[in-house]
Ligand binder design. Sequence first.
Ligand code: BGC
Length: 248
Amino acid sequence: MDLNEHHPVGVDFGGSGIKGAAVDLQAGDFAGERVRIATPSPSTPERVAQVLVDLLAQLPEADGPVGVTVPGVVRHGVVGSAANIDASWIGTDADALFSEATGRTVRTVNDADAAGLAEVRFGAARGESGLVIVTTLGTGIGSAFLYDGVLVPNSELGHLELDGAVAESRAANSARERESLSWEQWAERLTRYYRALEQLFSPDLLVVGGGVSKHAASFLPLLDLDTPIVPATLRNRAGIIGAALNVS
Ligand code: BGC
């Protein structure tokens, strides 16, 4: 482990925890220990900025630039949506807030876009040409749209309208849990959802991330699709690694 190379730090802002680590971008893995602080409630920008300061203090040797994920639209550092986070994020210049709070160079990226960047560089979509859509199934549905490895940010495909509802409200992992759906029942909804993506975008590959992807064997074989669909391989490291990729 050599932290003297000024590895970038990746920080993943999630619903329950804010996690960070220095990232070795050659190896595509953490360069040191991962630290975690519980997400404050409410998770307002100021409180999250303070957690970021505390978290970086626990990684004293990791002095490179800092990449941070946010579960919302991020355009040029400014957060544009807040479906599953405190509404006060909307309009917040997260890059400016975090840079000022930490005294470091900080660059913010949508959480699913970060996962997509990591999977295309080091994971399930590595070396894939054409259109790859990475989806993360969690509280919401996040998406990353990558063509020949290049990210088109903020695709927000969890917010497509499906059967008169916002897709993530019916097909996210939180919907499976909330409604106690069996794998079969959930797979039907996911088939509906991914069929809509096929119809609209004709992807070459679909990648499924989010915590539930560790159970991929229980539901992916039940999906009825024309496009190859595979589980993400970086699992819960994807956000941190992708955030670091985005700042380097
Ligand atoms: C948000 C996305 C985010 C996804 C996963 C959605 O509700 O709109 O920006 O990527 O949840 O966290």
